[in-house]
Each structure stands twice: as structure tokens, then as C-alpha cells.
Ligand binder design. Structure first.
Ligand SMILES: Nc1nc2c(ncn2[C@@H]2O[C@H](COP(=O)(O)OP(=O)(O)OP(=O)(O)O)[C@@H](O)[C@H]2O)c(=O)[nH]1
Ligand SMILES: [Zn+2]
Length: 352
């Protein structure tokens, strides 16, 4: 067995992964990409037909602690069985705070583009888009905002402009009717062969519609959709699917909570405010009432959008709080394990 690049590249394989494989192993390894994770089962693709695989025993505890192997990961399989023996280093990882919890939950690995979907109907919410922009900035993934339901909006261009002002350099916003517009054509500059994109957004904004539109057919894979109480189909599992144009797409089910797990992404998303903050008199300035605050001065001069500033403060506080809480929990867990190990060792000694 050897690496067949022509089969792997359409799945997103690149030099980044090739360089992780020792030369002498080149002829014996079986790389595959994780398409979907179900309880105890990883659906993988090594370039032909997807198939289910299990996780090697020694990776189980890692996985239980950190979701070690997630959708979009590249893994190495045993040569003689569909067993994942290794996970390759990730090029990027999109994660959020677990709903109702504090730990980071990975949403997708090895992603190039985050397609942030939001509807131009009554649900339009710039702050929500901004949260996703922070997730993208945290993972260092390029964002693209797609505003669906343009057919239901009075003045989509005005909203596009409003969103554009909050985007980082290099990112863009498009408005579309996801049911009827030729999205593969409109998004083609972003969808090169081998590109991996993740589609995120609240429930009902049109993520599945966008995905089906790009695929040119309904992708109703069994096990990934269910009917909710109102009889609508909603996506319930993340899964990676290949698009006809050669890109790979992961549709993430509607997320109710987009909790942040770190603060770097906030500073990256609001880089001009973060830059100003370096000019504050106090290094730990909270930009609220301290004298010599450069950010507040810029807001007063009308150079910074007060709404962006307020949202920056809120997200920064949340990112910091969650990070601190996460660290505390992690330390408690490590301490707990140490105590257990010590007690067990004592019992063994007494039993002798
Ligand atoms: N008129 C119009 N309707 C749309 C558009 N995009 C999506 N819809 C409709 O909005 C509803 C929700 O779309 P979905 O694609 O299921 O939304 P989703 O984001 O995948 O929702 P979850 O699976 O719950 O996360 C469906 O009835 C779509 O037909 C659009 O651009 N215009
Ligand atoms: Zn300040």
C-alpha cells in the first residue's frame, strides 16, 4: 500500500500532511479523512468508498478527554484492519464552548473557509455573525458571510454594507436566494479543488439549503437528518461531503450557543480596536472609565463604531472568563487523577 495523492488531494490532502509522514513509512501507511463521527464509529474516506472505522485502544482515553478525532481530521489506519492508529497534526481546528458546559468542543478540523450563513429575514443579527467571525479568527480560517433569503428582504444591499464594515481584511459578504441562485457559480472563487469549508449558522438560516444548492442535489444522508417537533427536517450530525466542483463541505447543525473559548480570536477579529488598546495608559485598561484610555478617545472622536466597541468588550470578557474557568477545571481534573492514583497506590502498599 502507498499514498495515492491523486485520490487524497480532492479530499483536502496537502503537503502539510505529507511532511508528517516519515519517509520509510510512505509505502505502508493508509491515510483517510474523517467524514462523520457517530457513537464509537468513525466514517472515513481514503479516496474511494467511505467506510466505518474504530479507534485503536491507546487513543480511547485521549478521545474521551478531548474529542481527539473529529470530523475533518486526517488519520492513519492500520494496514490490516479499519482501525485508526494515529491522528495527524491539524492545519486548523474550529471549536466553541460546549453548550451548557465549559469545555471546548471541536466542530471541524483542517478547514480553509468558514461559510457563515445568516438569513436576511427577521432573524438578521450582526452580533451573532460577529461571534462566528471570532471563531474563524481564533482558528485562523478565512470567513465568508453568506446572507440567505435575499428574496425576502427589502434592501439586502444595505445589510450587506452594514456587515461588510465589521469584517476583517480579506473577508467578504454575499447576499443570495439560497433556493434559486446558482451558488456553485457565485462561490466558485472560494471553492477550489481540495478546499474544505464548514457551513455554520443558527438553525433555520438555510445551511442545508446552501449545502444542497452547492452539491446540486439533496444530500440527505441517512442518520444525519431527523424531523423535529414541527415535522421539519433538521440536520443533527456534522458530516463531510464532496462537492462536484472538488471542494469538501461540512454542514454543522444549527448552533444555539456560540460560546467562545479563548480571547486571541476576539483581538484578531477586532484588530483595529486591539491595536488602539496598545496606546492606553494602563496595560490592564478595561476601556471603561480609566484615564488615558486610547480606545474610548477614538470612540469619542467617532473613529470607532460604539456598537463594535461594546461588543468587543463583551466578547473579550466572555473569552477571558471561559478560558480561566476551563483552565481551573483542567487543573482540578489533573489534581483529581493524582489523588486517585495516590490512594490506589496506598491501597496496593497496604495489601502487600
Ligand atoms: N425564500 C427563501 N427561503 C430559504 C432560503 N434559504 C433557506 N430557505 C428556507 O428556510 C428553511 C430553513 O432552511 P434549512 O436549509 O433547512 O436551514 P438550516 O440552517 O439547515 O437549519 P438546521 O438544519 O435546523 O440547522 C427552509 O424552509 C428553506 O427552504 C432563501 O434564500 N430564500
Ligand atoms: Zn483603554
Amino acid at each position: 500500500m502507498s499514498i495515492d495523492l491523486s485520490r487524497l488531494q480532492p479530499l483536502g490532502w496537502s503537503n502539510f500532511f505529507t511532511t508528517q509522514i516519515p519517509l520509510e513509512q510512505f509505502d505502508s501507511i493508509r491515510p483517510a479523512r474523517v467524514l462523520r463521527v457517530e457513537r464509537g464509529c468513525w466514517f472515513v474516506d481514503s479516496g474511494s468508498e467511505p467506510f466505518p472505522a474504530t479507534l485503536a485502544g491507546r487513543l480511547h482515553h485521549l478521545h474521551a478527554d478531548t474529542h481527539y478525532v473529529t470530523v475533518g481530521d486526517w488519520v492513519l489506519l492500520a494496514t490490516d484492519a479499519p482501525v485508526i492508529v494515529e491522528r495527524l497534526d491539524r492545519r486548523s481546528l474550529i471549536e466553541r464552548r460546549q453548550a451548557g458546559g465549559i469545555d471546548a468542543q471541536p466542530l471541524a478540523a483542517n478547514i480553509d473557509l468558514m461559510l457563515i450563513v445568516s438569513g436576511l429575514d427577521g432573524e438578521f443579527n450582526l452580533h451573532r455573525i460577529e461571534r462566528y467571525l471570532v471563531l474563524a479568527a481564533q482558528a485562523e480560517v478565512l470567513p465568508l458571510v453568506l446572507l440567505t433569503k435575499a428574496d425576502l428582504a427589502d434592501n439586502p444591499e444595505r445589510t450587506v454594507e452594514q456587515a461588510r464594515r465589521r469584517l476583517p481584511a480579506g473577508a467578504d459578504v454575499l447576499a443570495a436566494d439560497a433556493l434559486r441562485d446558482p451558488l456553485a457559480e457565485r462561490l466558485s472563487p472560494w471553492l477550489e479543488r481540495g478546499t474544505s469549508l464548514v457551513v455554520v449558522g443558527s438553525s433555520g438560516v438555510g445551511k442545508s439549503t446552501v449545502t444542497n444548492n452547492l452539491a446540486g442535489q439533496p444530500l440527505q444522508e441517512t442518520g444525519t437528518t431527523r424531523r423535529d417537533a414541527k415535522g421539519r427536517h433538521t440536520t443533527t450530525a456534522r458530516s463531510l461531503v464532496r462537492l462536484p466542483g472538488g471542494a469538501c463541505i461540512i454542514d454543522v447543525p444549527g448552533i444555539r450557543e456560540v460560546g467562545l473559548v479563548a480571547e486571541e480570536g476576539v483581538d484578531r477579529q477586532f484588530s483595529s480596536i486591539a491595536e488602539l488598546a496598545r496606546g492606553c495608559r494602563f496595560v490592564d485598561c478595561t476601556h471603561q472609565s480609566e484615564p488615558g484610555c486610547a480606545v474610548r478617545a477614538a470612540v469619542e472622536r467617532g473613529e470607532v463604531d460604539p456598537d463594535a466597541w461594546a461588543h468587543y468588550l463583551k466578547l473579550l470578557a466572555e473569552g477571558r472568563h471561559n478560558l480561566a474557568e476551563h483552565e481551573r477545571r483542567r487543573r482540578d481534573r489533573v489534581f483529581g487523577k493524582m489523588v486517585k492514583a495516590t490512594v490506589a497506590a496506598k491501597k496496593r502498599d497496604h495489601g502487600r
